[in-house]
Ligand binder design. Structure first.
Ligand code: GDP
Ligand code: IMO
Ligand code: MG
Length: 423
């Protein structure tokens, strides 16, 4: 069977957690392929709201296996807290969760380095979540990282000491306050905890599932515009968030990829620094933030808000080979009389373009907008058959521009507030 991929087309927080949870019953396996505790994926059902950071969003479905792939950077301390928070739901986590031995470990000094590097950048800081993502991927690529499988080796402590002593050599040039004994003790405890789980050769596991005809959904984290290669560099995360990342982050060959579900909000948000052409730094942006409750699921920071950006979305669709589009948070625009969509950019030299320019950071680009009429009725409780005309027109407009079918719209955070559209 093919592996379907679901990923964010904007700057993250598109609603991936909700949709993976909604789609999970259709799949045997949900597999995270990149990122780590910088992610915050929110699920809502039966009046419960839950935020997952490293655990795949299929964990609440009893018959679904969940895999943390080799492309992920795993913080064992965050992992322990996450699992403990799930205790009250009486899930069979030990049975249903599998962690790749080849996933990279985040050690406490990675988080300290993240802080040190951001401090050093001053006004040019990335706005990182400070979860140790950049430094841990740096060690992976630098071929000196620790991996989950290392926790099973006799000399794990020795390897840990070797790595952290390199980190301390850098940290001594930065004035950060921390209690190492406490951080170290907490880490050791978390490693003991991690050893109790299914630590597996996930590439063999997943390929066996494919061969046996079982279905897999690869769950992306962050968004395509935060991709290390294709995002607004250097204001990006440190992994490949795009479809290709699912192949390298899980060990599945490209021909196994089936549907690519590209998920986007009916508008745009970004958290942290970096270019955001359609950002609204005014009352309208404030209204969007309030209506969408746009505050980070991981850090609580207010998210920057703005209108839909089609050149950016088209770029993401191209890089990812998106086959179906899922539009989230349509309800947030319920009270906007006019909906603006950026269809082109006016570049610094006055040229009009519908592609993303290389230089996004140092040159100002101005969005060129088309305006559509808002629907001005609450979308709560609607179905495909009684959708307001203006919403249908918005969907039709986007489909025509993007040339990919929109097959789902979301009108609220709950599982049930989901409408499948007939193609
Ligand atoms: P993720 O990182 O892509 O999983 O997204 P987050 O969970 O960080 O952020 C999405 C937020 O929007 C969460 O608070 C969700 O509960 C919420 N949400 C998801 N879908 C909808 C929707 O259709 N309407 C509204 N109003 N909220 C939604
Ligand atoms: P989910 O999976 C939104 C942003 C950070 C920062 C930049 C680099 O919930 O969509 P990092 O911690 O990776 O060094 O931060 O990327 N960022 C996210 N923004 N959603 C996320 O994940 C994000 N993960 C990282 O705010 O700008
Ligand atoms: Mg999120």
């Amino acid at each position: 069977m093919k592996v379907d991929v679901l990923l964010g087309l904007q700057w993250g927080d598109e609603g991936k957690g909700k949709i993976v949870d909604v789609m999970a019953p259709k799949y045997d396996v949900i597999a995270r392929f990149q990122g780590g505790p910088n992610a915050g994926h929110t699920l809502e059902f039966d009046g419960i709201k839950h935020v997952l950071h490293q655990i795949p969003s299929g964990i609440f479905r009893a018959n679904t296996k969940n895999v943390i792939g080799n492309g992920v950077v795993l913080d064992p301390v965050v992992f322990k807290t996450e699992i403990e928070k799930l205790d009250k739901f009486k899930l069979d986590v030990k049975q249903n969760l599998f962690i790749s031995k080849k996933a990279t470990l985040i050690v406490p000094t990675h988080k300290l380095l993240d802080q040190a590097y951001e401090k050093e950048k001053g006004d040019n800081k990335i706005g990182s979540t400070l979860k140790g993502i950049g430094p841990s991927y740096q060690d992976k690529i630098g071929r000196q990282g620790l991996r989950v499988g290392d926790v099973l080796s006799q000399n794990f402590e020795e390897k840990f000491k070797k790595l952290t002593s390199q980190h301390f050599a850098i940290l001594k040039n930065h004035d950060l306050e921390y209690n190492w004994d406490e951080l170290h003790a907490q880490f050791k405890q978390a490693i003991d905890f991690l050893r109790q789980f299914n630590l597996i050769d996930s590439e063999y596991f997943l390929n066996k599932e494919i061969k046996s005809g079982r279905s897999i959904l690869a769950e992306g984290a962050q968004g395509s515009l935060l991709d290390i290669d294709f995002g607004s560099y250097p204001f990006v995360t440190s992994s490949n968030t795009v479809t290709a990342g699912a192949c390298t982050g899980l060990g599945i060959a490209p021909h196994h990829v089936g549907e690519v579900y590209g998920i986007f909000k009916a508008y745009s948000t970004r958290v942290g620094s970096g270019p955001f052409p359609t950002e609204l730094i005014d009352e309208e942006g404030e209204k969007m933030r309030k209506a969408g409750n746009e505050f980070g699921s991981t850090t609580g920071r207010p998210r920057r808000c703005g209108w839909m950006d089609l050149p950016a979305l088209k770029y993401s669709i191209m890089i990812n080979g998106v086959t179906q589009l899922l539009m989230m948070k349509a309800d947030v625009l319920d009270t906007f009389p006019v909906i603006k969509v950026c269809t082109k950019y006016k570049l610094a030299n006055g040229q009009i373009s519908d592609t993303l320019p290389y230089e996004l950071v140092n040159e100002k680009i101005e969005p060129v907008y088309e305006e559509l009429k808002g629907w001005n009725v609450p979308l709560k409780g609607i179905s495909e058959d009684n959708m307001p005309r203006e919403l249908s027109e918005y969907i039709a407009f986007l489909q025509k521009e993007l040339q990919v079918p929109i097959t789902l719209i979301s009108t609220g955070p709950d599982r049930l507030q989901t409408i499948y559209l007939k193609p």
